[in-house]
Design a protein around this ligand. Structure first.
Ligand code: CAA
Length: 387
């Protein structure tokens, strides 16, 4: 049975900081951020956008195209959770008007959260082919003002519809997973910003990539040249570039050029949005689908990594006519319509985001009409409204 990705929706908030401005403010050479890290801009979530509102907004991108009555599973993957108990899925379910019969919950394993949800959804749809599953990854990446990780922040969400009649990608059975209990990146309950050993996390990411990629090829009897493209979890695009260089080592010239070109296409959205943790791999997939040269049947490899650490490599084949399911114009407009913040404005918004509002302080949003936003807290309950 064919199971795969039928729809992809993404959302990023309406403000950004330019990496050249940030470099100047931090007394760094702009090329360190633009080339050394590989980032051009980063989206900034003001206090009215959180993991839940962004997840709703990402799913709204395609909700009118699908049969809502068929959605039997709704998984919310995040490491920016808004509640220690209630899952983000229930806020999303209510905003989207999904059936009360839907199974809704949240999962966590750092940036691996969306992939974890996707794997569960895939099994669910194989068992219930007449139903579909929505899987959301939604996060705000916060390291802190004037930290080494600052340039690798961002905010956004990706939402996927998984079905037995996928119109974008057919997922292949089988995968290669690898995990170890390590401390490369984590966020204690008392902190809104992440703790990270950046150099160590890069090294572990690359080790896990080598491990899962070679194990996958062996398991499935594949060679690197069989892949039309490989997409990576991209906390910053240089990280994926390093993995892609490892992938093409020792391959023929044509494979080398193809995988390097497809990586260039796959990093475009990420370089302009920044790190969105759980959604990063799938934002890169969307970037590849919109900017790459894929054709029906092409094999795409996907490398997912979540700190702590858990990695998985799997693959999918491109479905004929996939382009018709994408909204390239709308996706570009989300980036182009953002307003540019000065570094001082970004710092103010960043600091405001470290505290939750007091009860009954109403927040107003400057997002465009139709978008959901976090409107404040009433009786200790978070309120979401639509503009
Ligand atoms: N021109 C061009 N390149 C330059 C340059 C210049 N003027 N100056 C420096 N560079 C290059 C350096 O050579 C270096 O390149 P390589 O990596 O190829 O060696 C690159 O710019 C970065 O320079 P540094 O290593 O000196 O940068 P840094 O010490 O400021 O740290 C960082 C960079 C480690 C990535 C830091 O930004 C960081 O810690 N980021 C967060 C870590 C992170 O995202 N880890 C990812 C896994 S965690 C994750 O994804 C989250 C999850 O699971 C939840």
């Amino acid at each position: 049975m064919k199971v795969g990705i039928d729809q992809i929706g993404y959302f990023t908030p309406n403000k950004y900081v330019d990496m050249v401005d940030l470099a100047h403010a931090r007394n760094q050479d702009p090329n360190k951020f633009l080339i050394g890290i590989g980032q051009k801009k980063m989206s900034v979530a003001d206090p009215t956008q959180d993991a839940v509102s962004m997840g709703i907004n990402a799913t709204l991108r395609y909700i009118d195209k699908i049969d809502k009555s068929k959605v039997g599973l709704l998984i919310f993957g995040t490491e920016s959770s808004v509640d220690q108990s209630k899952s983000g899925s229930l806020f999303v379910k209510s905003a989207l008007g999904l059936n009360p019969t839907v199974r809704a919950f949240e999962v966590k394993e750092a940036c691996f959260g969306l992939t974890a949800g996707l794997m569960i959804a895939q099994d669910f749809v194989r068992l219930h082919p007449d139903q579909t599953a929505i899987v959301i990854g939604s996060d705000i990446a916060r390291y802190g003002i004037n930290t080494a990780g600052e340039v690798t922040q961002g905010a956004g969400s990706v939402s996927l519809l998984i079905s037995s009649h996928p119109r974008i990608l057919e997922l292949n059975e089988g995968h290669s997973a690898y995990s170890e209990d390590i401390n490369d990146f984590w966020r204690p309950n008392y902190s809104k910003t992440a703790k990270v050993d950046g150099k160590y996390s890069t090294q572990v990411y690359l080790d896990f990539f080598k491990h899962t990629f070679s194990a996958y090829k062996e398991r499935k009897n594949l060679e690197t040249k069989d892949f039309a493209a490989i997409v990576y979890h991209l906390p910053f695009t240089k990280m994926g570039l390093k993995a892609n260089r490892l992938a093409v080592e020792g391959t023929d010239e044509e494979t080398n050029a193809r995988l390097m070109d497809s990586f260039t296409a796959a990093k475009e959205l990420n370089a302009n949005v920044g790190n969105i943790y759980t959604g990063s791999l799938y934002l890169s997939l969307l970037s590849l689908l919109e900017n790459g040269k894929l054709k029906a049947g092409d094999l795409v490899g996907l490398f997912s990594y979540g700190s702590g650490a858990m990695a998985e490599f799997y693959s999918a084949n491109v479905v004929e006519g996939y382009e018709k399911q994408l909204d390239k114009v709308g996706d570009k407009a989300l980036l182009d319509n953002r307003s540019k913040l000065s570094v001082a404005e970004y710092e103010e918004i960043f600091s405001a985001g470290l505290e939750d509002p007091e009860n009954d302080v109403e927040l107003t949003s400057d997002e465009e009409k139709g978008r959901y936003y976090f409107a404040g807290i009433h009786n200790d309950i978070r309120q979401y409204q639509v503009k």
